[in-house]
Design a protein around this ligand. Structure first.
Ligand code: UT7
Length: 349
């Protein structure tokens, strides 16, 4: 039997710190509102031109690969999770392959937003356990700051998100007390439009009664992205925050319990729960529901905001760097977000 272990982990946060007060220069919001509703005090924004989702992923990957005692040439598969890719296509995985001068290995992009990293981890786990690959690089990275509406119109979304990247290297382990015990993946597409970036896209208002995209049907070439879409801010993410919140506080505990039950474990046995950093209030709700102590849940949304696919690897890396996770510890990862999709992973560090 083989398990998949995390052989190396790294993270990258851009230097530029943006406080809540900084955001009040652009929109009608306040430090009090943001802290009270989300717990966020500040977030990082990438350099607008020098840093991209892929380059931040590369920075995190360099550290993870080095900590695994490897070089880029040893990686035999890349999985890249993001909702803010450098290009609509191709994906960021190939940009990492190029930037790191890797061999012509497979590169897969995962588009599962907040649960993207756990989905990516799950895919990597299967490839390792099947024996197909031995050194898989899994990256979660986001450059949200390039695609948010910083006017008051977009304030319910834009105050939440931040930029950053995290990465792990997966390897096989014959030690059954180390590595990923199980992963659990779910989706409910009924709520796809409740947290989404509709445009640019090819939907042509097919899925919803609402006009999610303003385009002139007669004007070929204006189908994918039109001036009207931009005028009406349809190129920015939409989120029904309260609806997402209500579902998240149900699905987080549910998918964590699913992982615990699948492995005959109790919540009290978790050394560290690393929830996707969506909102501090959601994490606190989950903590109460599962009766976990403060030192069993790792939160860093206060410093980095919600970095979507990057939030779990960044939090996992930081918790490990601070010595809050050590060899053999039971670690639970859990996420919920756009799709809706939600997921968990239970592992022994
Ligand atoms: O990781 C992806 C998954 N996403 C999530 O998990 C997000 C889940 N949802 C949330 O975290 C919360 O719903 C938000 C933080 C997004 C919003 O908090 P809320 O307590 O649900 O506020 P709300 O949307 O119900 O808005 C309450 C009020 C509204 O004003 P009125 O209508 O009561 O006058 C909003 O217009 O707060 C207003 N508001 C703001 N005020 C100041 C919304 N955004 C802001 C803002 N600053 N940034």
């Amino acid at each position: 039997m083989i398990r998949t272990k995390i052989a190396g982990i790294g993270m990258y946060l851009p230097e530029q710190i943006v406080t809540n007060n900084d955001l009040t220069r652009y929109m009608d919001t306040s430090d009090e509102w943001i802290q009270e509703r989300t717990g966020i005090q500040e977030r990082r924004f990438a350099n607008r031109t020098a840093e991209t989702t892929a380059t931040m992923g590369v920075e995190a990957a360099r550290i993870a690969i080095e900590r695994a005692g490897l070089g880029p040439e040893d990686i035999d598969f890349i999985i890249f999770a993001t909702l803010s890719p450098d290009y609509y296509f191709p994906g960021c995985g190939v940009l990492v392959q190029r930037a790191m001068k890797m061999k012509e290995v497979g590169a897969l992009d995962v588009r599962n937003q907040c649960s993207g990293f756990i989905y990516a981890l799950s895919v990597g786990d299967q490839f390792i356990k099947s024996g197909m690959y031995r050194n898989i690089l899994v990256i979660g990275s986001e450059k949200h700051s390039f695609g948010l509406d910083f006017s008051t119109r977009g304030r319910n979304v834009s105050v939440i998100f931040g930029d950053g990247a995290g990465a792990v290297v997966l390897q096989p382990s014959s030690n059954m007390n180390q590595g990923i015990l199980s992963t659990h993946l779910h989706s409910d597409g009924d709520s796809a439009e409740l947290l989404a970036l509709y445009n640019p896209g090819t939907h042509a208002n097919h899925w919803s009664d609402k006009d999610l995209a303003d385009f002139d049907e007669a004007a070929l070439g204006e189908m994918f992205m039109s001036h009207a879409m931009i005028d009406n801010a349809q190129n920015f993410p939409y989120m029904d925050g309260p609806a997402v919140f209500k579902k998240a506080v149900v699905k987080f505990p549910e998918v964590i319990m699913e992982a615990l039950n699948a492995n005959g474990k109790q919540a009290s046995e978790i050394k560290m729960l690393i929830p996707h950093q969506a909102n501090l209030r959601i994490s606190q709700f989950v903590q109460q529901k599962l009766k976990l102590n403060d030192d069993q849940v790792y939160n860093n949304i206060q410093k980095y905001g919600n970095t979507t696919a990057a939030s779990i690897p960044i939090a996992l890396c930081e918790a490990w760097e601070l010595g809050k996770i050590a060899g053999g510890d039971l670690v639970c990862l859990a996420a919920f977000g756009s799709g809706f999709t939600w997921a968990s992973a239970l592992l022994n560090w």
